[in-house]
Design a binder for this molecule. Sequence first.
Ligand SMILES: [Fe+2]
Length: 278
Amino acid sequence: MSEVLESEAWGSRQPFDLDDEVGQRINELSLQPTIDSLQAEGFGYVIPAADPEFNERLRHVIIEQCRKNGGGGANMLLDKDPVFAEVITNPKLLAVAEVMCGKGFMISQIAASIRPEGAVSIGLHADQNWTPAPFPVHNQLVTFCWATDDYNEHNGSTKIIPKSHLKRRHPTPEEVRDEPGAIPTECPAGSAVVWDGSVWHSNYPRKAPGERVVLHITYSRLALRPVECYDDLDDEWLSGQPAVMRTLLGREDFLNTTGGAYAGGMEKLGRTFVWART
Ligand SMILES: [Fe+2]
């Protein structure tokens, strides 16, 4: 029996043990400090995530989409404007997401928010809210918060409790109340804060005039159900997109299809098993 278990475990890549291809991409994009911080602290930064022109375009579209939605937020954004496809296929975000969620990871949620002066905190939580504790050794999902304006405590930035991901559980009611060891995240406009699914976080109430305009992008392991379903986006929409978009929408693995396990052939089946172990 133990022989069987050992052979089944063989081939699973352990967290932060990068294969050569991903390791090279991380180095080329100068993201090793981001990965090191995610491993040690549970969060990190992508500085910058894109150039100022792109950031301004994104900011403008977020405001437009939130207004259209009648308020401070909007989600299900992938096909609402071309900028969102560009964001979720951003090479830096993809490289970090692959380290955190393995190959074949999916887009889970694209959610924009605008928080005016006086907006309150959302409350301490771990994003792996639909995963029971103890959290698996392998991280389940990863969230990027793209700050289109300078991000700091005064502006209502994300509040993080460094190293809380090492506890691998949800915070208790007392911890939610006291937020022990919480610090503000800080980065310039056009950057992203990234945190793993286990780390405890909230946000600071905004004290500065004006509005906090951010986009939350969450990716998850292929074995976890995403928050947002884009099954209505057909091959015509996909034809104008980079190849990775098919993977991000779960079109290249065998899970959750109307045809069942064998509809995609043995190639999809095998590919999914290999991806799921990274
Ligand atoms: Fe969160």
